[in-house]
Design a protein around this ligand. Structure first.
Ligand code: FNR
Length: 182
């Protein structure tokens, strides 16, 4: 199974990107996780959204199309998702209701230094994905709080309870993606 992971943060030291790198530890050997970097995706412009699109956009659309499922980890910026992530979803959402993201099974996670782990951004993200007809894995929610102390120097999640919960999330999520494949 191929999972495309997208981080809503461009920061080198991003906790969300680190979270997506660490989920490979929690899936079966027959599941691959590729983390897509949004850094080169330009701002959405309808004039550029023709048959020939900017190369980074084309790469994003092809990566989504060829994946069995998406896994998004988002920071919370001012109670919502970063523009970088919303912009990528906007590109991926066209043409409306027939896009590469339409019907693509998607897991949503968040991470923040706050004690609620970006939960408000997750709520907004789920709403956006509703507009694009993207089915979202419903439960359990995974929000990584106090992210600045969650990883050790090797990028490994340190807390056993958090690791167990992420394992539960990834097992449920990958089974759900497999069921959607039929
Ligand atoms: C933030 N941050 C933040 N955190 C939060 O819990 N709620 C919020 O509303 C916001 N708002 C916000 C706005 C802006 C513009 C920035 C730059 C940051 C903090 C943010 O979640 C934190 O820096 C995360 O660590 C960012 O995620 P990455 O980059 O570590 O993945």
């Amino acid at each position: 199974m191929k999972i495309l992971a997208i981080s809503g943060s461009l920061r080198k030291g991003s906790f969300n990107t680190q979270l997506l790198k660490t989920v490979a530890e929690f899936v079966d050997q027959d599941t691959s996780i590729e983390v897509f970097d949004l850094a080169d995706v330009p701002l959405y412009n309808g004039d550029l959204d023709g048959d020939t699109k900017p190369a980074p956009v084309q790469a994003l659309l092809e990566a989504i199309a060829s994946a069995d499922g998406l896994l998004i980890a988002t920071p919370e910026y001012n109670y919502s998702v970063p523009g970088v992530l919303k912009n990528a979803i906007d590109w991926a959402s066209r043409p409306a209701f027939k896009s590469v993201i339409c019907g693509k099974p998607t897991g949503v996670m968040s991470s923040s230094m706050s004690t609620i782990g970006g939960a408000r951004a997750q709520v907004h993200l789920r709403d956006v994905l509703l507009a694009t007809l993207t089915p979202v894995y419903l439960a359990p929610d995974f929000a990584l709080a106090s992210a600045d102390s969650a990883f050790d120097e090797y990028g490994r999640l340190v807390d056993e309870g958090t690791r167990n919960f992420l394992q539960k999330y990834m097992t449920g999520y990958t089974q759900w993606v497999a069921n959607q494949k039929g």
